[in-house]
Design a protein around this ligand. Structure first.
Ligand code: AMP
Length: 451
């Protein structure tokens, strides 16, 4: 089933040219499987992890079909509609279409909230082949009469699971009712929760089902660890790890996840105070500000980005080699999305998750979802043994007595750069057992401080 190279997929010459320019010769597994199915005109339900090349998996065949069947665009009309959960992902998807379709004559456009409607309306008036949209702004503009969806022949839902998590089900249903019933529909999702299957059943017509990785598994190439740490020590641990990563891995980027917008802003401030250049993206920032920060990060001018889950969706930046979950996500699926921001396009990466005593239940939910225990990294300056004990004993939540944690306090971590992190961390202690495991820093980075 695996196609050796893109030439074997017989894509239109303008697309082959763009692919050659990008240096892509071999389709990723999702591309090798999905492209022929889409070219045949079949509906598709695809479960693929982030970073697997799923955007090109739908962009290439859709561009191919449109390039081969040119249809005159008409005022306010759209031929292919792509729905994404966030503005960042919309930009990302649009970029992919613009890259792969640069040698075609097709017209692309994008609508999303948080920015002025005017340029978007102007673009719609001339008619578009491909429109990438977030649901809220799309419905707004439709209600105002600026978009005609009656001639849509292809509907694509990208990151459908996330759209459902974000409560967009009603919007999706409204939009589905506005486009013709006779259409080509593709649904991509990182996870296949029952709600996603239910949505797929209602939107897709006898779809081909492609599952690239088993449900809810995390990318193999990501080195994962959990770090038990008292809540008040989390900022210090973050400064240690991120500072060390920046100092030892020049040109590589760190992405830090915070559960709240306020938390993201505060963490960026704390990092800056410690002399580590960082900025935050979250829903309270304007789209322009978010994009500007994201561009700096992508260009390597900003070594550390702090983000909330929603804002981080769609971040596709190559050099992220360290992801830190400053706090555990409320929804276990978000863990998979978060850590998938590293090890993009076949590279390797590291994901470190901070866990304090009241997050043990969340950790267990993640481990249940990924069907794996995340190895415990004890050898850091803020390790809290009490939490390991709580974890091992199976207790759900217990307040940690700071006195009990003395063994690891006072190690002079404020702003220090010697406490490991980044490439300095390895899982040499990994064993086959199912219980928590001990891991250590690589010796050249730091001397062992384990008990
Ligand atoms: P996605 O899963 O669509 O977010 O894509 C992840 C990354 O893989 C993006 O940076 C793409 O540009 C890159 N990519 C997609 N297809 C290929 C390919 N066939 N060969 C190499 N890189 C690719």
């Amino acid at each position: 089933m695996h196609t050796v190279n893109f030439a074997g997929l017989s894509l239109a010459a303008p697309l082959q040219r763009a692919l050659a320019e990008k240096g892509y010769t071999v389709p990723s597994p999702i591309q090798a499987q999905a492209i022929p199915v889409i070219l045949e005109g079949r509906d598709l339900l695809a479960c693929a992890q982030t970073g697997t090349g799923k955007t090109a998996a739908f962009a290439l065949p859709i561009l191919h079909q449109m390039a081969h069947n040119p249809r005159k665009t008409f005022r306010r009309g759209v031929r292919c509609l792509i729905l994404t959960p966030t503005r960042e992902l919309a930009v990302q998807v649009m970029d992919s279409f613009a890259t792969y379709g640069k040698y075609t004559d097709l017209k692309f456009g994008m609508v999303f909230g948080g920015v002025s409607e005017k340029p978007q309306i102007k673009a719609l008036y001339s008619g578009l082949d491909i429109l990438v949209a977030t649901t809220g702004r799309l419905l707004d503009l439709h209600q105002q009469g600026h978009i005609d969806l009656s001639q849509v022949d292809t509907l694509i839902l990208d990151e459908a699971d996330r759209m459902l998590d974000m409560g967009f089900i009603r919007d999706i249903r409204k939009i589905a009712a506005l486009v013709p019933r006779q259409r080509h529909t593709l649904l991509f999702s990182a996870t296949m929760a029952p709600e996603v299957t239910q949505l797929a059943n209602s939107l897709l017509n006898k779809p081909v089902d492609i599952r690239i990785t088993p449900e809810s598994t995390t990318a193999d190439k990501i080195d994962q660890n959990v770090l038990f740490v008292d809540k008040r020590n989390k900022p210090k641990l973050l400064i240690d790890l991120v500072g060390n990563h920046a100092a030892n891995n020049k040109g590589e980027l760190s992405l830090v996840f915070s559960r709240t917008k306020h938390g993201a802003r505060k963490l960026a401030e704390q990092l800056n105070k410690a002399g580590i250049e960082a900025d935050a993206i979250h829903g309270n920032k304007s789209q322009a500000a978010r994009q500007k920060t994201l561009n700096r990060f992508r260009d390597g001018d900003l070594p550390v980005l702090v983000a909330t889950d929603v804002a981080a969706r769609g971040i596709d930046v190559k050099n992220i080699t360290l992801v830190i979950n400053f706090d555990l996500p409320m929804e276990p699926e978000a863990y998979v999305h978060r850590i998938g921001r590293t090890a993009r396009a076949g590279e390797s990466g590291q994901a470190l998750t901070f866990c304090c005593d009241d997050e043990l239940a969340l950790l267990r939910s993640v481990e249940k979802l990924i069907k794996n225990k995340i190895p415990i990294l004890e050898n850091h300056g803020h390790h809290c043994p009490v939490i390991t004990e709580l974890y091992t004993s199976g207790a759900q939540t217990k307040t940690v007595n700071p006195q009990q944690n003395r063994g690891n306090s006072g190690r002079g971590n404020s702003g220090g750069r010697g406490n490991g992190g980044g490439r300095g961390i390895s899982n040499r202690g990994r064993s086959g057992g199912s219980g928590p495991r001990r891991t250590e820093f690589r010796p050249q980075q730091r001397k062992s401080t384990a008990r």
